[in-house]
Each structure stands twice: as C-alpha cells, then as structure tokens.
Design a protein around this ligand. Structure first.
Ligand code: NDP
Ligand code: OXD
Length: 315
C-alpha cells in the first residue's frame, strides 16, 4: 500500500518529509519522478493535479485535498468518479484565517494605512476614531472559516452578520441564508468579507452590483471588501471602477483570478487596495500531513471519512 503526492506547483520534498514524519510506516511517493507501480497506490493527496494522473491510479481509495478549498482538485477534467475527496478542516488553518480576517478588519477600522502615510510625512494627525460597534461586518460563507472569524469579530464588539446557503444559528451573529436574503445581508454590511468556496454559484459574486448594495451608513460613508475566499469570486475591473467612483472605500485581496498576480496588474498600485499573496491561511506541511495521516488511519480502521467534499455542491 502506498501514498502519492500530486503537487506539481508545491515543494514536494518538503511535503514528502512531513508525511514521512507523520506516518513513518507509510510508503510515501511523489508524482512524477517517484510514481512507481501505480497498482500499489491507495491514497493520494493533491493540489492542482494534472489531467489523467489521479485517473491513472487503478486502486485509489481516497483523494485528500491539501487545502480547505477543493477547486484545485475539482478542476481536473479527468477526476475519477466515485472516489471520495476529503478536504482539510484543521484548527491550525482556521486560526490562521481568523488572524487574517481580524487583522484586516482592524486595519481598516483603525485606519492604519492613514497612520502609516502620516508617519512617513511626520504628521501628527490624531483624528477621531470610533468604537468597533459602529461597524457592521458581513461574512459571506459561514462554514469552518467564516464561523470562527465571525465569533472573534463579535467578541471584539463588531456587529457581525453571516450569509450561507443554509440557515445557521450563532449567538449574537445575524444569520442570513440563500439568494433571497443576500440583498438584506448586503444592505446592513459596512465591511464585506468573503470566505466562500469557488463554485459556479459564487463566481463573480463580488461585482459592481453587489458592491453598490452595501451599506453607506457606516462611519466611513462607503464600504470596504476583504476577499480571502477565491479570486474567481471578484470582478477585479468592477472593484477598481467602484474604488474610483467612490462606491467602495478600500479593498484587501488575498486571492486573484491569476496567481501570482501579474506584475502589471493595476491592483498592485491602487492606493486603497491591499494585496496579499494568497497567504491568509497557509497550509503548514507538518500540520496538514498529521491531519491526512490521521484520516488514513480512520479509513484503514473502517471508520467513516470526515470532511468529505460534496462534488455536486462543489465544496
Ligand atoms: P466550508 O465548506 O466549511 O464553508 C463554506 C461556506 O460557504 C458554507 O457556510 C456554505 O454554506 C457557504 N456557501 C457555499 N456556497 C454558497 C452560496 N452559493 N451562497 C451562500 N453561501 C455559500 O469552507 P471553509 O470555511 O473551510 O473554507 C472556505 C473557503 O476559504 C475555501 O473553500 C477556500 O476557497 C478559502 N480558503 C482560502 C484560504 C486562503 O489562504 N486565502 C485558505 C483556506 C481556505 P452552507 O454552510 O450552507 O453549506
Ligand atoms: C486552501 C488555501 O484552500 O490555502 O486551504 O487556499
């Protein structure tokens, strides 16, 4: 029985070493050079697998996504049917995302960019600040990541709402559900955070129409967006237009349609855009391999797989 990494864009040696540490008894192979006899491979972990690689494993039992998002795996047009896909749901990844979301909400709330610019010019501008409770934060996606970020922001005093496909009940968080409640959710939101998966339904969801429906009643008079979900969710040209038209005050973007973000992309230089390099919640090889190893042990013991992906839903 062997385990295969299919991670053409990642430092495979690092992941192989982490897996060897997490599961010393497992024969860990890597694609393409260390593939070996394909019949031996029962488990594979992947990120952006090239077509036909997973399909070429006749005895594959489980596919592990090395991230919380699974779009990188589902985009394989030859993905073998009926093989379960398990995604990452680990506290380490979740806490990293929560740090990112809280950091960037606070960065806008406390106007840190303005303070940075003032310091460069030695300007002592002790402008009036406001309480967290003056701001409504709306989180799109109330799953593992969205829920934790919502709770921490709530604890800091922000007025927090969340939007998901299905109805949630979370103490002191206003929960909206489905397309019919999207506009009401936007109308009460000063800072919009996306922690949605990339699916056909969420593609392009952060567009001009969405942005124009956001609240303007907050202390800044215009909304702010933070996208740490996936780049496909944002229409970059609409974001730039809205920034320049005054429909949007600022944006923090961690994810992009094309990654790395091309050097000539105008998002890099817009004074009110903060670009981060898809680093909101980084997958730590040792943590993720320990998670995958534990999941393999469960499977070998005949226990049900956890955090299974619903291929029809796309997440
Ligand atoms: P989950 O699957 O736990 O949560 C997804 C949430 O999105 C659920 O609440 C789901 O609703 C909601 N959702 C999905 N489709 C829709 C829709 N059409 N309308 C409304 N709500 C919808 O995922 P995670 O929280 O673990 O991760 C979320 C995403 O974060 C990942 O898919 C990935 O894209 C991104 N991510 C980004 C990282 C980064 O570094 N930038 C790192 C890790 C993840 P419901 O609960 O009703 O199903
Ligand atoms: C993930 C990511 O999905 O890192 O985990 O983007």
């Amino acid at each position: 029985m062997a385990f295969l990494f299919v991670t053409p864009t990642w430092p495979t040696a690092l992941w192989q070493a982490a897996m060897a540490k997490a599961a010393p008894e497992l024969e860990v192979r890597t694609w393409p050079d260390g593939l070996g006899r394909v019949e031996d491979i029962e488990y594979a972990a992947a990120w952006l697998p090239p077509p036909n690689v997973l399909k070429g494993l006749p005895n594959l039992k489980v596919i592990y996504s090395l991230g919380a998002g699974v779009d990188a795996i589902l985009k394989d047009p030859t993905l073998p049917e009926n093989i379960p896909i398990v995604r990452v749901n680990d506290d380490d990844l979740t806490k990293r995302m929560t740090e990112y979301v809280v950091l960037h909400v606070l960065l806008h709330h406390r106007q840190q960019r303005r303070i940075d610019a003032n310091q460069k010019l030695r300007i002592w501008d002790n402008f009036a600040t406001h309480a967290a409770s003056a701001l409504s934060v709306g989180i799109m996606g109330l799953g593992v990541m969205g829920r934790d970020s919502a709770l921490r922001l709530r604890d800091l005093g922000f007025r927090v709402a969340g939007w998901a496909r299905s109805r949630k009940a979370i103490e002191d968080i206003e929960c909206f559900a489905g397309a019919s409640e999207f506009d009401a959710f936007l109308a009460r939101t000063d800072i919009l955070v996306s922690l949605l998966p990339a699916t056909a339904d969420t593609d392009g969801i952060i567009n001009r129409t969405t942005i124009r429906k956001l609240s303007r009643r907050g202390p800044f008079g215009a909304p702010i967006i933070i996208n740490a979900g996936r780049g496909r969710q944002q229409v970059a040209s609409d974001i730039l237009t809205c920034l320049d038209d005054g429909d949007l005050l600022a944006a923090t973007l961690d994810v992009f349609e094309t990654e790395p973000l091309p050097a000539d992309d105008p998002l890099w230089t817009h004074p009110r855009v903060t670009v981060t390099p898809h680093i909101a919640a980084d997958s730590d090889p040792e943590v993720i391999c320990a998670y995958v190893a534990a999941q393999i042990e469960r499977h070998k013991a005949g226990l049900p797989l956890l955090n299974l992906v619903d291929r029809a839903r796309g997440y």
